[in-house]
Design a protein around this ligand. Sequence first.
Ligand code: GRG
Length: 296
Amino acid sequence: MRADFQSWVAAHQARFEEVLRGLLPRAEIAPQRLHEAMRYAVLDGGKRVRPLLAFAAGELAGADTARVDIAAAAVELIHAYSLVHDDMPCMDDDVLRRGKPTCHVQYDEATALLVGDSLQTLAFQLLAEHRLNDEAARQLEMVKLLALASGSRGMAGGQAIDLASVGKSLTLPELEFMHIHKTGALIRAAVLLGAQCGSVSAEQLDRLDHFGKLIGLAFQVVDDVLDCEADTATLGKTAGKDADNDKPTYVSLLGIQGARDMAQRLHREALETLAGFGDEAQRLRELADFIVLRKF
Ligand code: GRG
């Protein structure tokens, strides 16, 4: 019998924590301070939404969990690096992340910079070291996918647009373009990498790609709403930062109710893209619900 969603999430989060613990360099190994800071930035925190999406897509594709663990870890390491760098004084300049002092506050700026660099390269090392798909060409495609999703045509590019847009008013298409890159690209990659650890047709991959794009954008719309509505203790990061920084958001463009409506619409459309799948897509449907209904 299928476990209920909460138990499935809790079991994967706990197991995946141990996977990450094992994959990160041990803090006793030189350079100790850098390794300790890498572990600080990655372990004991975060919802692990991207890994969960990879696990759900992997289940749909009949993938071996040990393979999905590696793909999920690569995505989570890229995500953790982006948070460390985003929190630095040269970017968002924040002091709280995942309920703890940010990496540069706990250590120092140079260490935080190196933590981000090292997490990023470790992600690609994992994809190169472990067998993720029986076909080498498919595995290379996976490496390329993560590189594109993370770099200037993906997350880093979205971040560049975000930094340049402070104090400006963006149109809805411009805001969407920014967020599809900054937040959406990695979420989309998590779904696709999970699926590619198993076996899916090109047509199924296309549908999953569409699902990933919609749910990635929905994630950001909800993030904008939570930034206005939730408190710092619940979020584990400073609430109200977007308005304080005069950043264009879905809330500033559409108002709270408009942003909520948009999240609902994206949620509905994301579920529609899964309509051709059966029970094997149930976890992805449940994660879509979680992403839109979450309170943190
Ligand atoms: C520095 C290259 C570079 C990119 C930074 C992702 C990002 C780009 C910045 C983070 C700033 C931010 C708050 C973005 C909004 C959406 C988002 C990614 C929120 C954090 O993700 P969660 O909620 O975090 O999944 P946890 O801690 O649960 O993993």
